[in-house]
Design a protein around this ligand. Structure first.
Ligand code: DX5
Ligand code: ZN
Length: 215
């Protein structure tokens, strides 16, 4: 069974608490919260106060995907807002190792994300110290984009390095994940599937979640 992390970017933001309850009831394992600052990515979404406002509804781990410049300046805010997992972009910081240590010292799980054009080698030195490697399967900033097939090989290579070195990180993919691309990413070695528009556009949310769990 795969882990399903539902990206709230495609939810009805006017009902975000109720939408969180809906995805929890449908069996999603994580709530994936896409934080965007309009600088690291060409879009702006929400910050720590919005995540904090969801705590009364929270029954599953919050995975905060920080698509922001200088994430080191905001780690405490996102921890206090209730993030169980904090994912930072390798491309957004000069001191990735220090940032990962800080996230883990604060008690959250640490994830590193890389964009489709970023080589695996850019984060190879920290793979032994992270909980999640997030391989973006779209260029970050928007939901509803098409899965970039060239990343499938990157998933395979990450799984190979993990096996060879005996590392414990989980591989996660994010962007354009539906039943078919979910199967492709899973077959290549992905453990956690992030999905937004496929889930929120589905006629039957429970069935759509199950299709990814069984991918
Ligand atoms: C994109 C975000 C993704 C996105 C996934 O920058 O990081 O989490 O919302 O949405 P879909 O599944 O619609 O591609
Ligand atoms: Zn995301």
């Amino acid at each position: 069974m795969k882990t399903v992390s539902c990206s709230m970017l495609s939810c009805d933001f006017s009902q975000m608490g109720k939408e969180l309850e809906r995805i929890q009831d449908a069996g999603c394992d994580f709530a994936h919260l896409d934080v965007m600052d309009g600088a690291f990515v060409p879009n702006i979404t929400f910050g720590a106060p919005v995540i904090k406002s969801l705590l009364p509804f929270k029954k599953i781990p919050f995975e905060s995907h920080l698509m922001i410049e200088n994430p080191e300046n905001y780690i405490d805010d996102f921890i206090k807002a209730g993030s169980d997992i904090i994912i930072v972009h390798q491309e957004a910081t000069n001191h990735l190792d220090r940032l990962i240590c800080r996230i883990k010292e604060s008690g959250a799980k640490a994830g590193v994300a890389i964009n489709p054009a970023t080589p695996l080698a850019a984060c190879e030195e920290v793979l032994g110290n992270i909980d999640i490697l997030l391989l973006m399967t779209v260029n970050p900033g928007f939901g509803g984009q098409k899965y970039i097939k060239s990343v499938t090989d990157k998933i395979r290579r990450a799984a190979k390095i993990r096996a060879e070195k005996g590392y414990g990180f989980l591989i996660e993919t994010d962007g354009g994940i539906d039943g078919e691309t979910g199967r492709e990413a899973s077959a290549a070695g992905c453990d956690i599937l992030v999905s937004g528009s496929y889930l929120f556009k589905s006629k039957n949310l429970e069935e759509a979640v199950l299709s990814l769990k069984n991918a």
